[in-house]
Design a protein around this ligand. Sequence first.
Ligand SMILES: Nc1nc2c(ncn2[C@@H]2O[C@H](COP(=O)(O)OP(=O)(O)O)[C@@H](O)[C@H]2O)c(=O)[nH]1
Ligand SMILES: [Mg+2]
Length: 609
Amino acid sequence: VKRFELNFFDGGPAGLAGILDQAAGVLGRLGDGFPGTVAARLLELRERLASGRLHLAVLGQFKRGKSSLLNALLGEAVLPVSVVPLTAIPTFLRPGAELRARVRFLEDGRVEEFSAAEAGELKAFLERYVTESGNPENRLGVSQVEITHPAAILQEGVVLIDTPGIGSTFRHNTEATLNFLPQCDAALFLVSADPPLTEVEVAFLKQVREKVPKLFFILNKVDYLGAEDRRMVLDFLRGVLAEQAGMKGGQPVFCVSARQGLEARTAGDAALWRASGMAEVEDHLIGFLAGEKSQALHEAVARKARDGIAEVLMRLRLAMRSLRMPLEQLQENLETFRRKIEEVRKERRAAGDLLAGDRKRMHAFLEEHAGELREKAREYLHGVVAEALACDGGNGNPRDEVQDALEEAIPGWFEHQTGATERIFRERMAEVLGAHRERAGGLVETIRRTAAELFEIPYRALEDERAFEMVRRPYWMTHQWAARLSAFPEGVLDRLLTSRARQRRIRKLLDDQLAALVVSNVENLRWATYQSIDETFRRFRSGLDELLAETIAATHGAVQAAMEERQKKGEAVADKILDLEKAREELEALERALKEPGRGPSGRKQEEK
Ligand SMILES: Nc1nc2c(ncn2[C@@H]2O[C@H](COP(=O)(O)OP(=O)(O)O)[C@@H](O)[C@H]2O)c(=O)[nH]1
Ligand SMILES: [Mg+2]
């Protein structure tokens, strides 16, 4: 990977932000005839550069001290910390001058806002939504929580995320965390010595490694350990990371006491902050954010900016050719170009039909999949109920037994099926859209190539695939799985226990209710998937149309505009040509600066035409 030199990051004219500003300035001067899309895109890139934030999650088994560690980084106790696991709700920490919380609900995207005067008040508010006691089994239907906080670390271009954690008795927490991984750019993987690294954690770590590009390992609660024990635990940990999780190269492991860290911050005790190990973690994170994150973001932005400028340059070159070319030849070329565009439009319509066909097939496949799921769910839940009834042995109240068993089983099972379903469909969609993406890219390139050939300008293929990026999964899918039987008529079960006929009736009642649970839960999953499929196709289609329209405007549009200019002004277009020439030179210099950052836009003489 090519590394940008340092001055690419600086705020001056040779820095990336400066280049974007200059390019936007040139585009502004070009004015009419050069539609604002590229200029707008450059400004968008400028903003992304300024505010680009990395998603850094804290991952680990429940009770390892994830929330405590985040509190230490924030410098005060904002996130609820608990000896019992909390609910499956992630909390996003963003920068902000004030302490605020925003709770999003599953139902119709409802949002509740809260403004707190101090940390304790915010924590009390959060406890109502993210703890098992305040919001048992997420009955309130919260989908996610966002907090703003003035902590220094949040000023470093990062969103910190507190996650529910794996391995608790609430199995849906584990699945929810797994489904969340693709949204993490980096993660702090937290373990502690009480006990060190369970099998569940190792299995989890393997999955995390596949999905999260950058991991930091942290051993928390070292205040429990003496120097000797600490060394032993660390050796053990490194061994497991290398042998079982396949992490080579002596992973650094940070030793911290989040608890002491928070104490230190609250008391303003710098020595304790160092001693807690938290200072080292914080420094390391800030260094990482300043270096590597910025690096990746700058590269992505530079590439997109280069593409935008290349678009404008193509247009400029076309316009200049068209202004200089003998009028008759220009008319002829324009006619040939028009015919080619008509052909491409026809192909686009055919491609749209194919796309529609694939969408239908995807729906059909989903119906099939949902049918199989209903079958599987029915079988599974009947098993759960049979087991619960068998255990009951006729002493207790079977309704409670059955209810407990269902509530225990349903969320985990459906969460797992959701993950599996999503994987299946994501793969299928990638396959199907991959073929369309190639065809669509071909259409766009046909237009560009035709223009280049007809008007003898240099041809450059597009690098930017922005129109065809695979649509990201819904931001955060938390599901409310129906797990409650509706009330049997009170006392029915008790009375029924003595009578065989009545027992048959109760079986029937149970069967009907189980069927209803299966239907509503599978429908929940099916509907979410259906919407994902449609949204993906919709965005793909509109992305393609947009790109085609832009390409036609940039090529045919440029020639057309030059033609009109000539018809209006006759041969008095020399001034216009001079203006364009000047803009072309400036943009070419900026384009080169983007390719070879560190030199600055005027670092070298021109070499390519
Ligand atoms: N001794 C000690 N206890 C800690 C430390 N960090 C967290 N804890 C305790 O571990 C328990 C779980 O902490 P919490 O932050 O809620 O863990 P989470 O479930 O991973 O978010 C709480 O009782 C904390 O007080 C630490 O550094 N040292
Ligand atoms: Mg927690």
